[in-house]
Design a protein around this ligand. Structure first.
Ligand code: ADP
Ligand code: MG
Length: 281
């Protein structure tokens, strides 16, 4: 039988906006000492906007054509900036390469829009870009065309959430991202996250999570917005997703669903779990 205190704890958690899918997760949450966060949409808002377009005059048009079928927040920002109709007849063989970008045929020739790794895989020479933000390189017919700088915004509550976790004794915080190192390190410093792993492919995120799970004494929570992170949500000791924006798959894969995207809900819910267990009075 479940002690009454656990029901009360689950009730308190739901009143602050965290749906805990069972008493065992509320109890496990009081032991969490390592929390791993996905970057885009979790630490940041996932609202990208274009801050610069550089290169050939076709750069923005080509990028918009490449992104025309993508739902990624990067794609939405580029299409918003382009702001013209897409002639879908020009686009064929669309492929979204998770962690790299997009490959399509435009007017029968190969078009690429994505990160440096995407161009490197096709041996397309391109300049080194030193700008702050996420860089989307564009190449057409095996030639470099230009690049677009886009930037995301931090959530106002991310830093406060890390500081509250640290006050609860949880200092082993980790950020995982497919984005490049410079951007990731800057964000982690800004929001007081201790460990950063960047330039990851979706499958790398699970193997890094497994390294943390494998360290003795670790109870590991993973927090994601649900875009491409269901495997990490399932593999962690406790998977936490943001129900407000997450997909059905992510909600299904997680043990705790946050009803909005405010990360301070995590320390709040941990406090409730510790109180329920009688650790914190
Ligand atoms: P995160 O790990 O921060 O959640 P993603 O795994 O979604 O980010 O993407 C990682 C990287 O892959 C992006 O920073 C970008 O370089 C590239 N990328 C992913 N999707 C796209 C896209 N639709 N267009 C261009 N580049 C993309
Ligand atoms: Mg993501």
């Amino acid at each position: 039988s479940v002690p009454l205190g656990v029901f009360a704890g689950i009730g308190s958690a739901s009143r602050v906006g965290a749906l805990v899918k069972g008493g065992n997760y509320l109890e496990l949450l009081s032991d969490v000492n390592c929390i791993i966060f996905d970057k885009t949409g979790t630490i940041t808002k996932g609202n990208f906007s274009v801050s610069k377009v550089e290169g050939n005059s076709n750069t923005l048009e080509f990028a918009a054509y490449a992104e025309s079928y993508s739902n990624h927040p990067i794609a939405q920002s580029i299409l918003k900036k382009y702001d013209k109709k897409i002639d879908f007849k020009r686009v064929e063989n669309y492929k979204e390469l998770a962690g790299f970008g997009i490959q399509v045929d435009l007017d029968g020739k190969q078009l690429l829009a994505g990160n440096q790794k995407l161009l490197a895989n096709e041996n397309i020479e391109h300049p080194e870009v030193y700008e702050i933000g996420t860089i989307i390189y564009v190449a057409y017919d095996h030639n470099y065309i230009g690049y677009i700088v886009i930037s995301d915004e931090l959530k106002e509550t991310s830093k406060q959430a890390m500081d509250e976790l640290s006050n609860l004794g949880i200092t082993n915080t980790v950020m995982l991202t497919g984005d490049r190192n410079e951007v990731a390190t800057q964000i982690a410093n800004d929001v007081h996250i201790k460990n950063v792993h960047a330039q990851l492919l979706p499958q790398d995120k699970v193997s890094i999570l497994e390294q943390y799970l494998g360290q003795s004494g670790n109870t590991v929570a993973f927090v994601g917005d649900g875009i491409n992170d269901a495997p990490a949500l399932m593999r962690s000791d406790i998977g936490i997703s943001m129900g407000g924006i997450g997909s059905d798959v992510a909600i299904e894969a997680s043990d705790i669903v946050l009803m909005n995207d405010d990360l301070t809900l995590i320390p709040k819910t941990i406090k409730i779990s510790k109180k329920t267990k009688g650790i914190l009075m």
